[in-house]
Ligand binder design. Structure first.
Ligand code: MN
Length: 239
């Protein structure tokens, strides 16, 4: 399907979930290969501590991406778990790094691509954390530490985030509707595609505005496709 666009996010690859890695490998070999473009909208990895990590656990899935990249153009936009997956990292999956927000023209429509965490403004603690870790200073300091220390820090952050998520309500971790409506105006678009919330759905708003939300992989695939002749289709066993 020469004009097909595919969108995925939130695979949260990690050594402890070989079923997710296998599911993604299968998707890359058998489904994504049919598409012209594959967009990864963040949190491909459960954690990424720097492009100098040999990440041997991912050798096989990196090979699958590389093979796919000979046929399908792959783009990667960082999530909150893999915002340190930079130019050298994306090269290992044969992808091109794109910044947030990124814009696309699909058919006659201009759309915006986001990871989605920037829309969750009810969670102020998280937004503060996000601001800190996205600064050059924080990243340079973190990346200057040995890999083993970075691994420890990342594990600590994951534990913190796990216990914080148990304290927080579901509502606070979803998008803020005012922020969403403001984003349609700010980005001057009528549709947005994002992940992060792990709540796959297609939301329609007044004025012909639409928000496409990608799901996580657990290990079932979750992806959005777009083709001129068919429009959008969200494939996820939950919807
Ligand atoms: Mn996320």
């Amino acid at each position: 399907m020469a004009d097909e666009y595919l969108f995925i996010s939130d695979c949260h690859l990690n050594a402890g979930r070989p079923d997710v890695t296998a599911s993604l490998a299968n998707f890359l070999k058998n489904r994504a290969i049919q598409a012209r473009f594959l967009f990864i909208l963040g949190d491909l990895f459960d954690a990424w501590i720097g492009d100098d990590d040999p990440a041997t656990d991912y050798a096989e899935i990196f090979r699958c991406f590389k093979t796919l990249s000979q046929n399908t153009d792959i783009f990667f936009l960082c999530g909150n778990r893999d915002f340190l997956f930079h130019e050298v990292g994306v090269e290992r999956i044969g992808a091109t790094l794109i910044s947030e927000p990124s814009y696309l023209n699909l058919g006659t429509e201009r759309i915006v691509l986001l990871h989605g965490d920037s829309l969750c403004t009810d969670d102020q603690d998280y937004q503060q954390f996000r601001k800190t870790v996205r600064t050059r200073d924080w990243q340079n300091d973190f990346l200057s530490r040995p890999l083993s220390e970075r691994q420890q820090i990342a594990a600590g952050l994951r534990e913190q985030s796990k216990s914080a998520m148990q304290r927080k309500s579901m509502g606070i971790m979803d998008v803020n509707q005012q922020t969403v409506m403001g984003s349609f105006v700010e980005f001057d678009i009528s549709s947005m595609i994002h992940g992060h919330t792990h709540q796959p759905a297609i939301h329609h708003y007044d004025g012909g505005k639409t928000r496409y939300v990608l799901g996580d992989w657990n290990p079932h695939p979750s992806y959005l496709s777009w083709r001129r002749s068919q429009g959008y289709k969200l494939t996820d066993y939950r919807v």
